[in-house]
Design a protein around this ligand. Structure first.
Ligand SMILES: Cc1cc2nc3c(=O)[nH]c(=O)nc-3n(C[C@H](O)[C@H](O)[C@H](O)COP(=O)(O)OP(=O)(O)OC[C@H]3O[C@@H](n4cnc5c(N)ncnc54)[C@H](O)[C@@H]3O)c2cc1C
Ligand SMILES: *[C@@H]1O[C@H](CO)[C@@H](O)[C@H](O)[C@H]1NC(C)=O
Ligand SMILES: *[C@@H]1O[C@H](CO)[C@@H](O)[C@H](O)[C@H]1NC(C)=O
Ligand SMILES: *[C@@H]1O[C@H](CO)[C@@H](O)[C@H](O)[C@H]1NC(C)=O
Ligand SMILES: *[C@@H]1O[C@H](CO)[C@@H](O)[C@H](O)[C@H]1NC(C)=O
Ligand SMILES: *[C@@H]1O[C@H](CO)[C@@H](O)[C@H](O)[C@H]1NC(C)=O
Ligand SMILES: *[C@@H]1O[C@H](CO)[C@@H](O)[C@H](O)[C@H]1NC(C)=O
Ligand SMILES: *[C@@H]1O[C@H](CO)[C@@H](O)[C@H](O)[C@H]1NC(C)=O
Ligand SMILES: *[C@@H]1O[C@H](CO)[C@@H](O)[C@H](O)[C@H]1NC(C)=O
Ligand SMILES: *[C@@H]1O[C@H](CO)[C@@H](O)[C@H](O)[C@H]1NC(C)=O
Length: 591
């Protein structure tokens, strides 16, 4: 029989009815005193961080933590992801720290400009537990429950609508769970006697892609993972819980298709193992239901793959008018599905009348015999468009994906084409849409080429099809749209233009509306569940997020599990499962 904690919880949820209307906030008498925090800290592996101010407070002369030397340090690293991921008091983009109160924006501007005087707390938690043990996690959940505190879970802080921060909250900082253990013959817990072991790696919740890419490569292995400057995205936290796409996904599947076991702490504090044999319902919910709605990941075990050489393509074309830009994008779309079917994957950003490819196919020469000529056909076709100047069209073989990663995402001076490390920003707004294969078919090339030419900054990922399309729609919780999409269209209009100073309700809204509006034609052409939104590339303004992230059928199942597993609403997150009827900061029930 399958073992499952849900059976026991179903009974418990009948008796423990729902929580209070509001969480306990800092100024209320229900909120723990300094002495209580001190006493709590003595039960943890290190004291609770109390009263922390936003990272950039050290730059504000009126701040109690003003410090010129420390200000120089944070200023030097103001948009530096490796630095930001280590901090408990900063999110990846400063606009995500902004709290809108009665029509004005409260936040601590970053970087500091002389003359600025106001550094507000914004959405940065004042209290943080820097967890380093299982017991720290369990005690933090129990403490938050006991005192009715809003709890936020933070790994790298990369999340794009601020889910890893929160006003009036206690932060559980998961960055320091850095264990990596490789297995030649991993057998999931509870598997029938005689189950064949497989090559696998168990990662602590705080491991980042740059770490596992290097460790796996050193062993001649590979795990498909995220794509970011320096590889700072988390490998076992939010990325995975939301689905996890990789430029290697067409060859190996999404993150959720590669994870074979989790260990996790449930909202009840119970420490459990989740896999196809133990707690299979929760294992399903963890694979796409979004973090931290169903519990805190302590570790994730991935299958590992062989580590073949990679043929990479770098391409840049510039158009001299809106018409030639649109023609270039149309030509690309007329070949888009064919390129994927010929064994290619990658990212195809376009902005400012320029179009780029950073593309991959395994093998040297490519395992797929059609890869070379199909891509060369696109190169030739694009060279034929009047008003389009192809300035780079090359291929280069790397001995492994990690070799490509080191030269292009880490030491990018050795890279080609689109410069992935030059684009860091203070502020961001994102939106995305998973485009079904029949929408990206040649017959719609002109339609999409025209729509795309109107976008400001697009970073579409060709990460679907292939192995992603072979997984059954109901095997994991991700939207069924993932199984029919070839590309995930992502727009990041705030990415290059955003200054940090003087954020106002109007500048924030303009950025968020721009992202929402640029994706709107795709929402209309492919509504859920045929199309959908990747919940890790979320839109601040998405309204029907339940259908967009999961489709109605998956959402109904997730909601049922969530109500059993978290009856007192301990782990809520913006546009997360069962967050309906709460305010934006998840502090009070509004209905
Ligand atoms: C520069 C950049 C590049 C990106 N590249 C990719 C990419 O290539 N592919 C892709 O799919 N996505 C990509 N993303 C999106 C990425 O998947 C999301 O930002 C994701 O939320 C990051 O997860 P994290 O754990 O690193 O970040 P965090 O912001 O720390 O966490 C994200 C969410 O997960 C929760 N969470 C974190 N850790 C845990 C845990 N241990 N247990 C339970 N819940 C937890 C948090 O509460 C939060 O809600 C990128 C984002 C950025 C900013
Ligand atoms: C917002 O404004 C209202 C009306 O002026 C006031 O009652 C309330 O206290 C204000 N809220 C905050 C958080 O300042
Ligand atoms: C968190 O704890 C780790 C391990 O003790 C330590 O190295 C790190 O500096 C701490 N971080 C913060 C922000 O306190
Ligand atoms: C490029 O244009 C020429 C002249 O119109 C045409 O003969 C040729 O077939 C075109 N090549 C491609 C790849 O479209
Ligand atoms: C095309 O690009 C190259 C390299 O940037 C440049 O030297 C050349 O002048 C451009 N040609 C046109 C017609 O824009
Ligand atoms: C195709 O193969 C040729 C010969 O090896 C090579 O020069 C070219 O760069 C390849 N093109 C692509 C798109 O891989
Ligand atoms: C990309 O940008 C980074 C940061 O600005 C720079 O160091 C690097 O040299 C650039 N790479 C290329 C190939 O121009
Ligand atoms: C794609 O196919 C589905 C049915 O499978 C259909 O409902 C939808 O309209 C099609 N979309 C496009 C853009 O052709
Ligand atoms: C592009 O934007 C312009 C100006 O807003 C608009 O007139 C046009 O219809 C848009 N084109 C497409 C294909 O959406
Ligand atoms: C960050 O904000 C500052 C101040 O508004 C601005 O000058 C700078 O260009 C921004 N940097 C980026 C990378 O957006």
């Amino acid at each position: 029989m399958l073992r499952s904690v849900l059976t026991t919880l179903a009974l418990a949820s009948l008796v423990s009815s729902s929580s209070t209307k509001c969480k306990c906030t800092y100024s209320q008498s229900c909120f723990p005193s300094t002495a209580q925090w001190n006493a709590f800290g003595k039960t943890l592996s290190q004291p609770v961080i109390q009263g922390q101010l936003p990272m950039n407070a050290v730059c504000f002369p009126d701040s109690p933590v003003y410090n010129e030397a420390q200000c120089a340090v944070v200023t030097a690293h103001v948009v530096d992801p490796p630095f930001i991921t280590e901090q408990t008091n900063a999110l990846g983009f400063v606009n995500l720290e902004a709290l809108v109160v009665n029509g004005s924006v409260q936040y601590c501007p970053r970087p500091y400009s002389p003359g600025e005087t106001v550094c507000d707390q914004g959405r940065i938690p004042k209290y943080a537990v820097n967890a380093t043990s299982l017991s720290d996690i369990q005690k933090t959940l129990a403490y938050a429950r006991l005192h009715n505190l809003r709890l936020v879970v933070r790994n790298t802080g990369h999340e794009l609508i601020g889910r890893s921060g929160g006003s009036q909250s206690l932060e559980l900082f998961m960055h320091n769970f850095k264990d990596m253990t490789f297995y030649d013959n991993f057998v999931p817990a509870g598997a029938p006697h005689g189950t064949q072991g497989q090559s696998a790696v168990t990662l602590g919740a705080g491991v980042q892609w740059f770490e596992i890419y290097a460790a796996a490569d050193a062993r001649g292995k590979f795990v498909p993972g995220g794509f970011s400057p320096d590889g700072t995205v988390g490998a076992a936290g939010g990325w995975l819980l939301g689905g996890g796409h990789s430029v290697m996904s067409p060859f190996y599947g999404l993150g959720v298709d590669n994870v074979i076991q989790f260990t996790a702490v449930l909202p009840s504090g119970q420490y459990v193992t989740l896999n196809q044999y133990e707690n299979p319902d929760l294992f399903w919910a963890f694979r796409g239901g979004g973090g931290p709605s169903f519990g805190i990941v302590v570790s994730a075990t991935y299958k590992t793959h062989p580590n073949p050489p990679i043929t990479a393509v770098f391409y840049v074309a510039e158009a001299n008018s809106q018409d030639s830009y649109s023609a270039l994008l149309t030509t690309w779309m007329s070949m888009h599905n064919q390129i994927a079917d010929a064994g290619w994957s990658g990212v195809w950003p376009f902005l400012d009348n320029s179009f780029y490819l950073t593309f991959f196919t395994p093998g040297s020469p490519p395992y797929n015999a059609a890869a070379n000529s199909t891509m060369e056909d696109f190169f030739s076709a694009s060279r034929n468009i009047s008003g389009v100047n192809v300035t780079l069209a090359m291929s280069k073989v790397y001995p492994s994906f990690q070799a490509w990663n080191l030269d292009n995402l880490v030491n990018s001076q050795y890279g080609y084409g689109f410069n992935w490390t030059a684009g860091s920003a203070n502020t961001t707004a994102s939106s995305s849409w998973l485009m079904p294969r029949n929408l990206t078919a040649p017959g719609n090339a002109k339609l999409l080429g025209g729509i795309f030419a109107n976008m400001s900054v697009a970073v579409p990922y060709m990460v679907g099809g292939g192995e992603v399309a072979k997984v059954g729609v109901d095997e994991t919780a991700v939207t069924p749209a993932w199984r029919t999409a070839v590309s995930d269209m992502t727009v990041l209009p705030g990415f290059v233009t955003g200054g940090a100073a003087g954020l106002t309700v109007d500048t924030l809204n303009a950025m968020y509306e721009s992202a929402f509006n640029q994706i709107q034609p795709l929402r209309e052409l492919a509504p859920p569940p045929l199309g959908g939104q990747y919940l890790n590339e979320p839109d601040m303004l998405e309204v029907n997020w339940q259908a967009a992230y999961w489709g109605d059928a998956h959402y109904a199942r997730l909601l049922g599990i969530k109500k059993q597993i978290d009856p007192s609403d301990l782990l809520l997150v913006k546009k997360g499962v069962n967050s309906e009827g709460w305010d934006d900061e998840l502090l009070c029930k509004t209905s």
